[in-house]
Write a protein that binds this ligand. Structure first.
Ligand code: NAD
Length: 486
């Protein structure tokens, strides 16, 4: 099996260089090595990709469920065979630790297997109707062409969680991956699906600068849906563009988080410590669901903090390719500088209980204790290995603090009383809450998404089928039956 080779664009089944005059460099975040020189896409390339998608989509929508399903099963087999190559790309291009790269590769494969079932689960309805001799039907149809904009942190999975269900429901897709992850955010998926036999034009990838093609990508007449994953700031802008475009588009916005992990006074402290450690420091904290704030009831605060500090001091950091590394490199110079600025700010006025100096681009884990929930740092999403521990007077106070944020993506609560945990979980203003588990969790058959400034829309299961299809109400009135005269 030979390794995949890439050109910078994949449009209508053809690998080609972008036609913009600019090029950008794809760099390994740990070693700084140049991996790939990307000739950027132009606005004309975006147009060509959307046109190819629109043409290919019409015949794809008419194919049988079996013809669509088989593509995803084949793709999942190819991921199995190419696992080493895929994991290697995730380590080198997106600075993933091996642990995280393996998780991401598995998530994509599971997403493909879930997508294989979607053509058989996309159904219409026959509704009751009071009008005589009339039937009321609801047809479920693909939405058309779906635009995907994904971030660099979980590039392969965050592109694929739309790509898989979108293709499975009969749509075509154009991906614009993050500038810094053209391969793992898009081109690698295109290669996998090309090898799986997906017809040309159904999956297109345009890579390059958002400044050059961002607006054209979001406002083009052809796409009917924009699936955006990224920061709240950019997401707001994309949402506005989608509504103001000449042809209005539906939009799903999966945005930033500020996820609380709450430890109540009857919690199993070891389990809570394990979840806080992994949930904060996996992928060096660069996950939308990472734990940002640990909120602990006063009675167990000191005991919990002591155990957390001793666990986090054992966390391995450094070379992402080493099997035991949990904390690898900051993704790029911007992320590194931003995290160091937060750390300096925190050191100047908060109590640091774990820390250290960076080695190269690797920032070791940091914990600050006795933090006020209203502190601007605690109110900011730390996209790095920085954790804040906050003391709550009691359970009600803990809930108040958990909800005192503009974000509402994921959350967790630890207690050995299931009823108490459930009551607490349902009080949290978030799309997702895990009782006695970490804030980081994503499965292709469960609803994934946020409340408040964490966005709108849900991935997974039947929720993503609903997002990526449209309903068409059709009534059929038949000639009145002639009464039978005896
Ligand atoms: P970002 O918003 O800077 O970029 C996200 C994507 O948007 C990239 O592909 C980027 O190229 C593109 N983009 C930027 N400006 C654009 C424009 N004007 N037009 C079109 N596209 C544009 O975010 P990031 O720094 O890449 O990712 C980190 C953020 O993403 C964090 O806030 C994180 O919480 C969030 N995130 C959310 C989820 C979720 O599911 N809720 C998942 C992962 C990351």
């Amino acid at each position: 099996m030979s390794c995949y080779e890439f050109r910078s664009q994949f449009i209508d089944g053809h690998w080609k260089d972008g036609s913009d005059s600019q090029a950008s460099s794809d760099v390994d975040p740990f070693s700084g090595a140049l991996l790939f020189e990307v000739r950027c896409a132009s606005v004309e390339d975006v147009d060509a990709a959307y046109s190819a998608a629109a043409t290919a989509q019409r015949s794809w929508a008419a194919t049988s469920p079996a013809a669509r399903s088989i593509i995803f099963r084949r793709a999942a087999e190819i991921v199995e065979r190419r696992r080493t190559e895929i994991v290697d790309w995730l380590i080198r291009e997106s600075g993933s630790t091996r642990i995280k790269a393996e998780i991401e590769c598995r998530a994509v494969q599971e997403g493909m297997l879930e997508a294989a079932s979607i053509p058989y689960r996309t159904t219409g309805l026959i509704l009751p109707i009071d009008t005589p001799d009339t039937e009321s039907r609801v047809y479920r149809k693909p939405i058309g062409v779906v635009a995907v904009i994904s971030p660099w942190n979980f590039p392969l999975h965050l592109s694929h969680r739309t790509v898989g269900p979108a293709l499975a429901t009969g749509n075509a897709v154009v991906i614009k991956p993050a500038e810094e992850t053209p391969i793992t955010g898009g081109l690698l998926l295109a290669r996998l699906y090309e090898e799986a036999g997906l017809p040309a034009g159904l999956l297109n990838v345009v890579t390059g600068s958002s400044r050059t093609i961002g607006d054209a990508f979001c406002t083009h007449d052809i796409p009917r849906f924009i699936s955006f994953t990224g920061s709240t700031e950019v997401g707001r802008r994309i949402g506005r563009l989608a509504i103001e475009a000449r042809v209005i588009k539906r939009v799903a916005l999966e945005l930033g988080g500020n996820n609380p992990l709450v430890v109540l006074d009857d919690a199993d402290l070891d389990r809570a410590v394990e979840a806080a450690t992994l949930g904060r420091f996996l992928h060096q904290g660069q996950i939308c669901m990472s734990t940002n704030r640990v909120i602990v009831e006063a009675g167990i605060y000191d005991a919990f903090l002591a155990r957390l500090v001793s666990a986090v001091e054992q966390v391995q950091h450094g070379d992402p390719a080493s099997s035991g590394t949990l904390v690898g490199p900051a993704f790029n110079a911007k992320q590194f500088a931003q995290n160091m600025k937060h750390i300096e700010d925190a050191r100047s006025r908060l109590r640091q209980v774990v820390g250290g100096d960076p080695v190269g681009t690797v920032i070791p884990p940091h914990i600050f204790a006795d933090v006020e929930n209203a502190d601007p740092l605690a109110q900011t999403e730390m996209f790095g290995p920085i954790l804040f521990v906050i003391k709550a007077r009691d359970e009600d106070h803990a809930l108040e603090l958990a909800n005192a944020t503009e974000a509402g993506l994921s959350s967790a609560v630890f207690t050995q009383d299931e009823a108490r945990g459930l009551r607490f979980a349902l009080g949290i203003e978030a799309g997702m809450t895990h009782i006695n588990d970490m804030t980081v969790a994503d499965m292709p058959f469960n609803p994934f998404g946020g409340e408040k400034n964490s966005g709108m829309g849900r991935f997974g299961g039947d929720w993503i089928i609903e997002e990526l299809t449209t309903t068409h109400w059709v009534t059929v009135r038949r000639p009145a039956r002639v009464p039978v005269i005896s």
